[in-house]
Design a protein around this ligand. Sequence first.
Ligand code: TYD
Length: 209
Amino acid sequence: MRGRLIALEGIDGCGKSTQARLLAQWIGEPNVALTSEPGATSLGMRLRQLLLDSASPGVSARAEALLIAADRADHVSEVIAPALADGRWVVSDRYSGSTLAYQGYGRGLDLDTLRQLVTFATGGLEADLNVLVDVPLEVARARLKRADADRFERLDESFHQRVRDGYTTIAASDPRWVVVDGTGTVDEVAKQVSAAISERLGPLPASAR
Ligand code: TYD
């Protein structure tokens, strides 16, 4: 049986990477693959450098979208699709929703065009469930505070506010999204995430528990 694809989404500093790791532990080896975007493949690692290097700010919005699409195309064909075909559940720290939120709502690229680009890159593979770990900007900023901010983290507050609002809008209009309040402790948020998975996706893969 094909596995399920779960995407963790949210603004930088929302805590989704921690939650992705805990969710993968909760689902349990060997039935789960934990992965992330951008940069999960060898091409992806090189694209990630181009995308995030704060010393190279000269990437246009469309080029950025295309680089991210290239990263995702390889991510799907090399990592996600094989794991799903194996019957494993895949937990991805970011997936297509990030492109709609960041390149669409953040950068202002046309959403319908981005949806087509995402479909082209993924071959139409959609997440079975997208979990938005939602926190206000101030909370995310406080968690992020570090000197080596990447090209996205250096963008101004209004960019990140648009991304957050964009995520909320997407989640409200698509039944494959669930919103979790990310302001609690790590454990509180993890409980909400696992409850949402059980409710929406049913029992975990066979031998997991
Ligand atoms: P991420 O790896 O979550 O950041 P970090 O390693 O610092 O936790 O994501 C890197 C950045 O890439 C993030 O700021 C958002 C951006 N991004 C997009 O703009 N669009 C996308 O489709 C994806 C997958 C990421």
